[in-house]
Design a protein around this ligand. Structure first.
Ligand SMILES: NC(=O)c1ccc[n+]([C@@H]2O[C@H](COP(=O)([O-])OP(=O)(O)OC[C@H]3O[C@@H](n4cnc5c(N)ncnc54)[C@H](OP(=O)(O)O)[C@@H]3O)[C@@H](O)[C@H]2O)c1
Ligand SMILES: *[C@@H]1O[C@H](CO)[C@@H](O)[C@H](O)[C@H]1NC(C)=O
Length: 320
């Protein structure tokens, strides 16, 4: 009996230690107001994006939720308005799996909104499939769609300096590789899907790096973000796992509930990179836990970053 009590006490103590040291993570410390600023958040209707949107709405920003579903987008607008008391939260349709939709979104935004101060490329998928133009869905949505979107909005960002671009990447980049011969391979099965997800997140980091280089001297800065901690708890509890098979969910959910971050904690690094004063010298770098984090050498390869940029330009029809 005593052993049992002692054992449970130890387990509980260890959990509390792990939770506060590794899972909960750092908070964004800036109390900066965003009154008069306009923010776009892609995939802002759920998960990390929605929590980020709520925080920025509380700071007084005008928020455009760029989502693919009108129904889910408007329901998030309703929630965020109610919880923040800020009525300047709007839905504008964007499907990143369609380059035509990206162009329509940018047109509509540029016509109706005079200003853009913060762009948060947050939307992401981890399921297989293809985009409307036939690109691998993860590469297409996580990287290419955002690549075109950012390109189309860049002039506006340059007119609203100092302005920022926050790019949701992931620590999964570690397993990623950029194989220019196979960027667009169809995937299937969890192994290939996992690889394609990691590849797309590596693309996000390389993209941020090259973008920062090209933006030098413009007062537009950009940051790549890993939303969770860099350890066993490296996953945030969101809907990202909604496509899992039932047996995987049964296995994963109890662990997730105990050891994964919730969205408020998971959004802190996105919020930090959107608002924290003084991080401009770290443009192009990777942030985790509200701090700059050195990435492995394959994610610092400027030649690959440059080539990825050029290949992406031609894939989205910008080259020439
Ligand atoms: N969760 C984690 O632990 C974790 C870890 C590392 C990195 N990340 C990254 O963090 C970002 C946010 O992830 P999350 O965990 O918050 O995921 P989530 O809860 O699944 O939310 C993803 C968002 O992206 C949107 N989206 C998906 N496909 C889209 C498309 N074609 N066009 C427009 N929007 C689209 C979704 O819209 P619908 O609601 O319509 O599907 C949803 O709003 C992602 O980039 C993810 O890779 C997450
Ligand atoms: C960037 O900001 C600095 C400091 O505010 C300013 O002096 C400089 O003129 C700006 N540069 C551009 C290109 O806007």
């Amino acid at each position: 009996m005593e052993n049992l009590l002692l054992g449970s006490g130890l387990v509980l103590g260890a959990y509390v230690l792990i939770y506060y040291n590794l899972i909960k993570g750092s908070r964004c410390r800036s109390s900066r107001s965003l009154k008069g600023k306009t923010v776009i958040i892609t995939g802002g209707n759920t998960g990390i994006g929605k929590t980020t949107a709520l925080d920025l709405a509380r700071r007084g920003a005008r928020i455009i939720l760029a989502c693919r579903s009108k129904e889910r987008g408007e329901s998030a607008v309703y929630d965020i308005r109610r919880e923040s008391g800020n009525q300047q939260v709007l839905f504008l349709k964007l499907d990143l799996a369609s380059l035509a939709s990206v162009r329509q979104f940018a047109d509509a935004f540029l016509k109706s909104e005079p200003q853009l101060d913060i762009l948060i490329n947050n939307a992401g998928v981890s399921s297989d499939g293809a985009t409307e133009e036939g690109f691998n869905l993860m590469f297409g949505v996580n990287h290419l769609g955002h690549f075109l979107l950012t390109h189309l909005l860049l002039e506006r960002l340059k007119r609203c300096t100092p302005s920022r671009i926050v790019i949701l990447a992931s620590n999964a980049y570690r397993n990623g590789k950029i194989d220019f011969g196979a960027l667009n391979m169809p995937t299937g099965g969890w192994k290939q899907n996992f690889q394609a997800y990691c590849d797309s997140k590596l693309a996000n980091i390389l993209y941020a790096r090259e973008l920062a280089t090209r933006l030098q001297g413009t007062n537009v800065t950009c940051y790549a973000v890993h939303p969770a901690v860099l350890c066993l708890a490296g996953v945030v509890r969101t809907e990202l796992f909604r496509y899992m098979k039932l047996w995987m969910k049964v296995l994963v959910f109890p662990i997730a509930w105990l050891f994964f971050r919730d969205c408020t904690d998971g959004a802190q690094t996105s919020i930090h990179c959107a608002v924290q004063e003084g991080i401009e010298p770290f443009s192009g770098r990777f942030f985790a836990n509200c701090r700059v984090k050195e990435v492995r050498s394959h994610a610092r390869d400027d030649a690959v970053a440059k080539k990825l940029w050029e290949v992406s330009e031609s894939m989205v029809g910008l080259a020439g």
